[in-house]
Design a protein around this ligand. Structure first.
Ligand code: SF4
Length: 694
């Protein structure tokens, strides 16, 4: 029994792990966090939580936290602890010197979906107005950028269409490329509750995730497709809906562009796109695909939930648009129980994209080339903004290797561990003259840094996160920043050192500026959030109470737009050298690359990543359960231990990516989504062979 004692003070705040955005009461004794209590009035979680949000907070006070700024002349030299003044001054001088020698576009910044909306807004403002270019990108580049492209193109904005409560009215739930019980546990539980009440489930996933068969829940259909064939599968589902007369024509005629629908319908009706024609491609029996399509189209309210198994492909954006097509064709948009819902991995993926952190967009998903939008910011910030989109993250590494990009500020992301093709990323980072890393820990990326600025946890700052249902939740400071400054204050110090006139006294000032400049946030303020607890954007004159369900009377773009989605096989193919396909995912107790959860007691539940391999493939290679195996791809190799299971089909292997020792991204290739450069993490041709260990 552990004596916890009574708290001395507490504040309601928001979990900093996944995109569910659960509310908690953080109970404190002095500067010590003694307990996180799920908050019963939290609108995303209604008093529930998972093992991460409730228990995995030890990282905030972990001994590995770096609390003093550090600098060094070259990344191979030892670090030197310095004052904040010296570190910020040094960083600003280096950045200005690089611009003087190589041009304005030789530096850039990367913001983080772990940081608050206000922090992301400041980073993109510093880059655009202070650096004088649009070389700003976000770690959402490597997860949900295809959602941005796909949903903007079809519906008119990049956001899930429903609130979480809507699932209570879903009759058919289609989960594709997501594993909600591990990745989004609190929402996963709600989903299971609805399934226990009788909703029918279709799972489209190469792996038998828990939802497929779990106590009192069994999927009506598990379409265990081959990795990389989402578009062929989604188009085959559409083929059945169109050719069997299951389209909701009244909805399509009234709400969608009719010509585009007709083009799309003719395209999907082609017999070459039928479930029978693509059976060999997807590996799924045509009869199952037909039955699943009929169930989705005729089973009542149909809700689609998807994750990175959709986006992290060379056709990630195409897959998102294929999903949107299905929902529009069946009239499952604009009403409760339906919708298209991206399950966001990180706490603030939605928010970081909303805040204008892509190189081509200002806040509210408005293209940088729009004169009227630039003028709004130019007049407020007193600067001229470049109308050309800047560099995306992978292009920054390319330009660094080529010698035209020399300085980078990275807030809250371990790009070396997170991004694909580690060799290329490290070559790019090593070629920089100045890499400024702002983080909680000396992460892998910091190996190449020359300036390290200590970061702050969500417990140490005020702000907001926006969850996967567009809900803007407050983050409240319950302890002083351990390094002296919250992340937004550090960005402000750097911006001032670069000569910018920036003087926010509190994150609420930053949100006021977001509201002033961003139509979908026009009514958002900290006062409103205090009054309501949280609010879902759009929140403006037309929707003063926020918007739980989007596209009710009309799509954000006016009429919904069907897009022809041609299946183009990935260039990543199996062959004699690499005969298996590797795909990746998460486990309940851990979060992303594990920087936080590995530094908590949660590590007891998962202390290594394992390679799931089918018994047939294991036997062929003489691999027994828990043997060490070597995993090779054309990009690199790593070692981990095998877990023999029929959760994966023959020809498919699977691993998680929570431990740096696994280095899963050493294996992944440099292929990426055609529209957004989101890496193709979910399909890598590999070979597995016995090994003696790492
Ligand atoms: Fe909720 Fe996600 Fe945090 Fe778990 S990790 S408590 S589901 S926000």
């Amino acid at each position: 029994v552990v004596e916890i004692g009574l708290p001395e003070h507490s504040a309601v705040t928001t979990c900093a792990y996944c995109g569910v955005g659960c509310s908690f009461k953080a109970e404190m004794r002095g500067e010590e966090l003694i307990r996180m209590v799920p908050y019963k009035d939290g609108k995303a979680n209604h008093g529930h939580s998972c093992v991460k949000g409730r228990f995995a907070l030890g990282y905030a006070t972990h001994r590995d936290r770096v609390l003093k700024p550090m600098i060094r002349e070259h990344h191979t030299h030892p670090w030197r602890e310095v004052s904040w003044d010296e570190a910020i001054g040094y960083a600003a001088r280096k950045l200005r010197d690089i611009q003087a020698r190589y041009g304005r576009g030789a530096i850039g910044g990367i913001s983080s979906s772990r940081c608050t909306n206000e922090e992301v807004f400041l980073v993109q403002k510093m880059v655009r107005a202070g650096f004088g270019n649009n070389n700003i990108d976000t770690c959402a580049r490597v997860c949900h950028s295809p959602t941005g492209y796909g949903l903007s193109t079809t519906f008119g904005t990049s956001a899930g269409t429903q609130d979480f409560d809507s699932v209570e009215e879903a009759d058919v739930i289609l989960v594709i490329g997501a594993n909600p019980t591990d990745g989004h546990p609190v929402f996963g539980s709600r989903l299971k509750k609805r399934l226990r009440q009788g909703a029918r489930l279709i799972v489209v996933d190469p792996r038998r995730i828990d939802l497929v068969r779990t106590p009192h829940v069994e999927a009506a259909h598990h379409l265990a497709l081959k990795p990389g064939t989402n578009v062929a599968m989604l188009t085959a589902l559409a083929h059945v809906i169109v050719t069997e007369g299951l389209v909701d024509e009244a909805f399509v005629q009234e709400r969608c562009e009719w010509d585009a629908f007709q083009d799309w319908a003719a395209f999907v009706a082609d017999p070459n796109r039928s479930p029978e024609a693509v059976e060999a491609t997807t590996g799924v029996a045509a009869a199952d695909v037909r039955a699943a399509a009929r169930l989705y189209a005729t089973g009542g309210n149909g809700a689609i939930y998807y994750g990175l198994g959709v986006t992290e492909h060379s056709q990630g954006s195409t897959s998102v648009m294929a999903i949107a097509n299905l929902a529009m064709a069946t009239g499952n948009i604009g009403r409760r129980g339906g919708g298209v819902n991206p399950l966001r991995g990180q706490n603030n993926v939605q928010g970081s994209c909303d805040m204008g952190s892509f190189p081509h967009e200002l806040s509210g998903y408005r293209h940088i080339s729009r004169d009227d939008v630039r003028e709004t910011f130019e007049s407020l910030w007193g600067v001229h903004l470049d109308a050309e989109p800047g560099l995306r993250i992978p292009n920054m590494f390319d330009a660094a290797v080529e010698g035209t990009f020399k300085g980078l500020y990275v807030q809250g992301e371990d790009i070396l561990q997170s991004d694909p093709d580690t060799k290329h990323v490290s070559a790019g980072l090593a070629a920089l003259e100045c890499l400024i890393v702002q983080d909680l820990f000396l992460n892998e990326t910091a190996n190449y840094a020359t300036v390290f600025l200590p970061g702050s946890t969500f417990l140490e700052k005020d702000g907001t996160f926006t969850n996967a249902e567009r809900r803007i939740n407050r983050v409240r400071r319950v302890m002083s920043p351990r390094s002296g400054y919250a992340d937004w204050e550090v960005t402000q110090l750097l911006a001032r050192a670069l000569g910018m006139d920036m003087d926010y006294r509190h994150p609420s000032d930053i949100m006021d500026e977001v509201a002033r400049t961003t139509p979908s946030f026009a009514h958002v303020s900290y006062a409103l959030l205090e009054e309501r607890g949280s609010v879902q954007w759009p929140c403006n004159e037309q929707h003063p109470d926020g918007t739980p369900i989007m596209h009710v009377d009309a799509f954000m773009r006016g009429k919904g737009r069907f897009i022809v989605t041609e299946y183009v096989p990935t260039d990543e193919r199996v062959g004699p050298r690499f005969p298996l396909l590797l795909t990746t995912g998460r486990i309940l107790s851990q979060y992303n690359v594990g920087a936080q959860t590995r530094r908590t007691a949660n590590v007891v539940w998962h202390h290594e990543d394992l390679l799931e391999i089918h018994p047939h493939d294991a036997e062929q290679r003489g691999v027994r359960d828990r043997d060490w195996v070597r995993l090779d791809s054309r990009a690199g190799s790593t070692s981990l231990r095998a877990c023999i299971t029929d959760r994966v089909a023959p020809g498919v292997v699977y691993t998680t990516f929570h431990h740096p020792a696994t280095q899963a991204n050493v294996i992944t290739t440099d292929f990426s989504d055609w529209a957004t450069n989101c890496p193709e993490y979910k399909v890598t041709a590999v070979q597995v062979s016995p090994s003696n260990g790492p």
